[in-house]
Design a protein around this ligand. Structure first.
Ligand SMILES: [Zn+2]
Length: 58
Protein backbone atom coordinates (compact mmCIF):
# COMPACT_ATOMS: atom_id res chain seq x y z
CA UNK A 1 0.00 0.00 0.00
CA UNK A 2 1.40 3.37 -0.96
CA UNK A 3 1.07 6.60 1.01
CA UNK A 4 -1.69 7.86 -1.31
CA UNK A 5 -3.78 4.72 -0.81
CA UNK A 6 -3.50 5.04 2.96
CA UNK A 7 -4.52 8.71 2.89
CA UNK A 8 -7.51 8.06 0.60
CA UNK A 9 -8.76 5.20 2.77
CA UNK A 10 -9.87 7.77 5.38
CA UNK A 11 -12.24 9.46 2.90
CA UNK A 12 -15.72 7.97 2.88
CA UNK A 13 -17.67 7.14 -0.27
CA UNK A 14 -20.12 9.94 0.54
CA UNK A 15 -17.29 12.49 0.74
CA UNK A 16 -15.85 11.20 -2.56
CA UNK A 17 -19.23 11.53 -4.28
CA UNK A 18 -19.67 15.08 -2.93
CA UNK A 19 -16.16 16.04 -4.07
CA UNK A 20 -16.87 14.59 -7.50
CA UNK A 21 -20.15 16.49 -7.82
CA UNK A 22 -18.53 19.75 -6.72
CA UNK A 23 -15.68 19.31 -9.22
CA UNK A 24 -18.11 18.40 -12.00
CA UNK A 25 -20.28 21.43 -11.27
CA UNK A 26 -17.29 23.79 -11.21
CA UNK A 27 -15.85 22.28 -14.39
CA UNK A 28 -19.12 22.47 -16.29
CA UNK A 29 -19.61 26.03 -15.02
CA UNK A 30 -16.23 27.04 -16.40
CA UNK A 31 -16.75 25.30 -19.74
CA UNK A 32 -20.26 26.68 -20.22
CA UNK A 33 -19.28 30.13 -18.92
CA UNK A 34 -16.32 30.43 -21.26
CA UNK A 35 -18.27 28.88 -24.11
CA UNK A 36 -21.02 31.49 -23.96
CA UNK A 37 -18.79 34.48 -23.17
CA UNK A 38 -18.04 36.83 -26.03
CA UNK A 39 -14.54 37.60 -27.28
CA UNK A 40 -14.64 41.07 -25.74
CA UNK A 41 -15.63 39.63 -22.35
CA UNK A 42 -12.82 37.08 -22.50
CA UNK A 43 -10.31 39.78 -23.43
CA UNK A 44 -11.40 41.96 -20.51
CA UNK A 45 -11.22 39.03 -18.09
CA UNK A 46 -7.69 38.18 -19.21
CA UNK A 47 -6.70 41.83 -19.04
CA UNK A 48 -8.11 42.25 -15.53
CA UNK A 49 -6.29 39.10 -14.40
CA UNK A 50 -3.01 40.46 -15.73
CA UNK A 51 -3.51 43.67 -13.75
CA UNK A 52 -4.53 41.72 -10.64
CA UNK A 53 -1.22 39.81 -10.60
CA UNK A 54 0.78 42.96 -11.30
CA UNK A 55 1.89 42.04 -14.82
CA UNK A 56 2.66 45.28 -16.70
CA UNK A 57 0.78 45.64 -19.97
CA UNK A 58 0.27 49.35 -20.68
ZN1 LIG B 1 -3.82 46.77 -18.93
Amino acid sequence: MTTNQIALSHISIKQRVIAGLVCTTLGLGMIIGVGFAGAHTMHNAAHDTRHAVGFPCH
